[in-house]
Structure formats: structure tokens, C-alpha cells
Design a protein around this ligand. Structure first.
Ligand SMILES: Nc1ncnc2c1ncn2[C@@H]1O[C@H](COP(=O)(O)OP(=O)(O)OP(=O)(O)O)[C@@H](O)[C@H]1O
Ligand SMILES: [Mg+2]
Length: 145
């Protein structure tokens, strides 16, 4: 599965994403600086019904968002930006490992530092910028990480 989208098409892409990945829980998000990883996560949160995704601090390592599932039960999405972490010890101190094993959705930007900590069924996503500035989102084989 892959999606190509402009900023305007992002809400619709996010909606389709959640039809495709209904029960998956941990996603890594690979892509160069400025590819639109954070923008994508916010749209994916909004598509789940998170109301305050744009109000979160940009510079924290772990952001937590709340939404309600179709049954009305409270659920959480974690957005982790590990760009500034040096190593696994750093990640553990920041609470990353605990977060990855919660019963919640997690998105991990800059996941290399926790490569050995990711749950076995982690979905690896890649975001690419096209020359026309559209973004391509695709799933990459987990064996390539
Ligand atoms: N689908 C898109 N089409 C065009 N522009 C986009 C798209 N998605 C994001 N952008 C723009 O790209 C810029 C960078 O976005 P963002 O901060 O989400 O990138 P990032 O990958 O999280 O960067 P970093 O690696 O620094 O965290 C923003 O100005 C955003 O508006
Ligand atoms: Mg970002």
C-alpha cells in the first residue's frame, strides 16, 4: 500500500491509513528532515478524533494524545521524536521502552536509536518528498531495518 498526497489531501490520506492499518500499534516513521513526518502524525491523530494534536509542545520527546475509539472507550496515541537521543540508555531513561509496550498506538520519528527495542510486529513507514513537493508514504519491509 502506498499513498501520494499534497498537504490538502492529507486528511483524506489519514482517513484511508486508518482503514488500512486498523489494529496496528507501533509505527516507525522514516524520512529526511522536513519530509512532513510530524505533520503526518498530527493528521493521523486528528483522523482518530484527537482534538488537541496541534497544541502539543514541539520539543518534547514523547507526546501523548487522547481519543475515544468507536465503542467510546478512552485510547491513547504516543508520538515519539527521538532525534535528540544519543543511545538506548538515553531512550530507556526517557521512558521510550515503557511507551512502546503500552496498549496504545505509537509513532516513532528517528527510530534508529531504539531499533532493538521495537516490538516484533512494528510497522515501518517511509515518507519521501517528490520533486513536485507531494509526499509518498509507504510501508517498508521490516527485515530491511
Ligand atoms: N504532504 C505535504 N505536501 C507539502 N508539504 C508538506 C506536506 N507534509 C508536510 N509538508 C510541509 O513540510 C514541512 C516540514 O514538515 P514537518 O515538520 O512535519 O517535517 P518532519 O519530517 O517532521 O521534520 P523533522 O525531521 O525536522 O522533524 C512543513 O512546512 C509542512 O507544512
Ligand atoms: Mg518532526
Amino acid at each position: 500500500m502506498q499513498w501520494t498526497f499534497t498537504l490538502d489531501q492529507l486528511p483524506e490520506t489519514a482517513r484511508q491509513f486508518w482503514e488500512h492499518f486498523a489494529d496496528k500499534q507501533v509505527f516507525t516513521l522514516d524520512g529526511p528532515m522536513g519530509a512532513g513526518k510530524t505533520t503526518l502524525v498530527k493528521a493521523l491523530c486528528a483522523a482518530k478524533g484527537v482534538e488537541d494534536a496541534t497544541a502539543s509542545p514541539t520539543f518534547s520527546i514523547i507526546n501523548e494524545y487522547a481519543y475515544r475509539d468507536k465503542q467510546g472507550q478512552p485510547r491513547r496515541i504516543f508520538h515519539l521524536d527521538l532525534y535528540r537521543l544519543k543511545d538506548e540508555d538515553d531512550a530507556i531513561s526517557a521512558g521510550v521502552e515503557d511507551t512502546l509496550y503500552q496498549d496504545a498506538i505509537s509513532f516513532v520519528e528517528w527510530p534508529e536509536v531504539v531499533a532493538h527495542m521495537l516490538p516484533p510486529d512494528t510497522i515501518h513507514l517511509q515518507l519521501e518528498v517528490q520533486p513536485d513537493q507531494k509526499r509518498i508514504l509507504r510501508e517498508i519491509a521490516s527485515s530491511s531495518k
